[in-house]
Design a protein around this ligand. Structure first.
Ligand code: NAD
Length: 251
């Protein structure tokens, strides 16, 4: 991969104000893509886009809102042309809570942000990809889209759904030359897993990670590497796959 790998590509990356999304946006741009970064965190998202420079735009975007998706696509097409890469990365992970204590509203919110967002994103952006002859979609699921986790009923449901939706979309869109794959991060050092309270509060998480086959949290760049590979032409024979980047957690 070099600075021209994604020359001519136009990418949308959601949840790009920090963590895995920001690392993915920076990596795609470094390899030649034009990027529309989206997030609900405007100040941080604008800063990441400014760091990237002329090749990037930031759009304030709630991924669970279908109207917002239409705006994002318009900005991408007006700024750079038809979209060839979509990374559905935005997500939330509620604090683990026993099943009978989870409220219906909280359950629905997780499904809206983690699952419905991927449906809306693929539905909105696929026609733009078809118009330019094809593209690649990467949906960011989780190890929690491959195995259960205690106290995470809504999160696990939403991420298993992303795993399944990816496979349906891969079947539906193959004839249009659009590949669709899911990525399943393990424990990754991002704001999502950094509780308030600084280093001391992070200690139990590091303790857990030390028991994994690769005994540390992953970095955002280690997940971005996989996302960017799946979005690239080097992955031209891969579609409908579920790829873990989890330090061996699911072994
Ligand atoms: N960090 C991990 O250990 C881990 C593990 C497995 C899967 N994941 C998944 O990776 C993805 C990225 O997470 P991350 O670890 O970088 O966390 P993060 O919290 O740094 O990034 C998630 C981003 O999504 C944004 N977001 C939240 N709700 C949104 C909404 N309604 N509309 C638009 N943007 C919204 C947040 O503002 C945030 O910037 C998520 O889908 C997450 O579930 C993370």
């Amino acid at each position: 991969m070099d600075s021209e790998t994604f020359l001519g590509d136009v990418a949308i990356v959601t949840g790009a104000a920090g963590g895995i999304g920001a690392a993915t946006a920076r990596m795609l741009a470094a390899h030649g893509a034009k990027i529309v970064l989206t997030d609900i965190k405007q100040a941080l998202g604008t800063q990441v886009a400014a760091d990237i420079g002329e090749a990037a735009r930031f759009v304030a975007h709630d991924v669970s809102d279908g109207c917002d998706w239409k705006t994002v696509l318009s900005v991408a097409e007006d700024s750079f042309g038809p979209v060839s890469i979509l990374v559905n990365n935005a997500g939330i992970a509620p604090t683990p809570t026993p099943l009978f204590e989870v409220s219906e509203a909280d359950y629905r919110r997780v499904i809206e942000i983690n699952q419905i967002s991927c449906f809306l994103g693929m539905k909105t952006v696929a026609p733009s990809m078809i118009g330019r002859g094809g593209g690649a979609i990467v949906n960011v699921s989780s190890v929690a889209g491959l195995k259960a986790e205690r106290g995470a009923i809504a999160y696990v449901a939403s991420k298993f759904a992303v795993t399944g939706m990816t496979k349906v979309a891969a079947l539906d869109l193959a004839k249009d030359n659009i590949r669709v794959n899911s990525v399943h991060p393990g424990l990754v050092d991002t704001p999502m897993v950094r509780p308030e309270g600084g280093a001391a509060a992070f200690e139990p998480i590091l303790q857990f990670a030390s028991g994994l086959p690769i005994p540390r949290p992953g970095s955002p760049a280690e997940i971005a590497n996989l996302i960017v590979f799946l979005a690239s032409k080097s992955a031209s024979f891969l579609t409908g796959g579920s790829y873990a980047a989890d330090g061996g957690w699911t072994l």
